[in-house]
Design a protein around this ligand. Structure first.
Ligand SMILES: Cc1cc2nc3c(=O)[nH]c(=O)nc-3n(C[C@H](O)[C@H](O)[C@H](O)COP(=O)(O)OP(=O)(O)OC[C@H]3O[C@@H](n4cnc5c(N)ncnc54)[C@H](O)[C@@H]3O)c2cc1C
Length: 329
């Protein structure tokens, strides 16, 4: 491992200044549960690490009925998961948080780090392989072992986005705030993530010198019911094979509005407006849930070894809708 400088940044402004413009020469570290793996695996060799944890002002979880929920980028996943207001008003979020890694990892992993973590594709994580995500000529998964890879949205790179927090937050209409040298920007979280069609080497729009500060979730709409379902090979310490976040605004069995977001099936969290349209303004029945689930997976293009993900994700969507509507068998 190459020697590097380690600098505390007690404010976001300082972190932005220290980052500079040259990509990957300087990197941010928060909880370090992903970044340290990247260093140890030889995927990164930065000259300087900027420690964001020194910025204790971004370590908050705040809720008010008028404003909703504000999660500072340095809040740990445990802080969010155990907060009384999050538990009361955002059960969808808590359900997603509880599936992440292990309690030990959640004690140090941060909200910002979870959203900005790098992919777990075994070709990307293998140091000698110069895959497309690392700027190389091609995606090894196309002709290789692609059991856990993308069935949607892959364009010459078939990673899946690893975050469980992201689909849950997007289903709840969250926004993200980040700071760069020129300005502070707030955008819908959905627009933060990008696919390989936009840039094959990164998963979000952040430039080298931009830092995530906060995630804001609006107050829950009346009748909001949220469900997060995740399938994984092992029941702990494991990333999703497929997941779904379903947020339904219900009045009796009438769904006023729905947001369905898939996880672990595409290079970015995958909202499915086609399913939302089937549900919104309709009475939820098992047949309608099936119709929405079919719509959600209609564009899926499985690879040689991951066709199982299509019925898996489809069934998860159907189950999540029925659970959110209080009609689970
Ligand atoms: C065994 C294991 C199992 C796991 N299982 C799951 C799982 O099931 N579901 C899941 O969602 N995750 C899982 N993870 C991933 C884990 O949740 C992430 O590693 C963690 O959330 C990252 O947070 P961190 O604070 O440690 O980030 P770090 O490791 O410090 O940083 C991660 C990345 O984000 C960047 N970054 C951090 N903070 C900011 C910021 N404020 N602004 C801009 N960039 C930033 C860093 O530069 C780095 O590139 C697992 C990890 C392990 C090791």
């Amino acid at each position: 491992m190459r020697n590097f400088e380690y600098i505390d940044a007690a404010t976001t402004d300082r972190a932005v200044r220290l980052l500079g413009r040259q990509r990957d020469r300087v990197r941010l570290i928060a909880g370090g549960t992903d970044l340290l793996d990247e260093l140890k695996e030889g995927l990164l060799a930065p000259e300087r690490l900027i420690n964001l944890k020194a910025n204790t002002r971004l370590r908050y979880v705040r809720y008010s009925a008028a404003e909703g929920l504000r999660l500072g980028a340095l809040a740990t996943l445990t802080q969010a998961e155990t907060d009384g207001n999050v538990r009361l008003h955002y059960p969808l979020l808590v359900a997603a948080l509880r599936t992440i890694a292990s309690p030990q990892i959640r004690n140090v992993a941060t909200v910002g780090g979870n959203l900005c973590q790098r992919p777990r594709c075994w070709y990307y994580r293998s140091q000698p392989l110069h895959c497309a995500r690392k700027g190389g000529p091609f995606c090894y998964a196309i002709a290789g072992e692609n059991t856990y890879h993308a069935i949607l949205g892959g364009h010459q790179c078939f990673i899946v986005h690893p975050s469980d927090l992201a689909p849950a937050l997007i289903a709840l209409d969250a926004k993200i705030t980040y700071l760069g040298t020129k300005e502070r920007k707030t955008i819908p979280l959905e627009e933060f993530f990008i696919g390989p069609d936009k840039d094959i080497t990164r998963e979000n729009i952040l430039e080298q010198n931009e830092v995530v500060e906060e995630v804001h979730v609006p107050p829950p709409a009346p009748g909001l019911r949220g469900v997060y379902l995740k399938v994984r090979d092992r029941q702990s310490w494991d990333f999703a094979t497929a997941s779904v976040a379903a947020a339904l605004e219900m009045e009796g069995d009438l769904c006023r509005r729905a947001r369905i977001v898939l996880g672990a099936v595409a290079p970015k969290p995958w909202p499915v407006p086609a399913a939302d349209q089937v549900l919104s303004g309709a009475r939820v029945t098992p047949a309608l849930a099936q119709q929405a689930a079919e719509a959600a997976l209609r564009g899926a293009r499985p690879m040689s070894q991951n066709a199982y993900k299509v019925p898996l994700a489809r069934n998860l969507v159907r189950r999540a809708i029925l659970e959110a509507a209080g009609q689970a068998a």
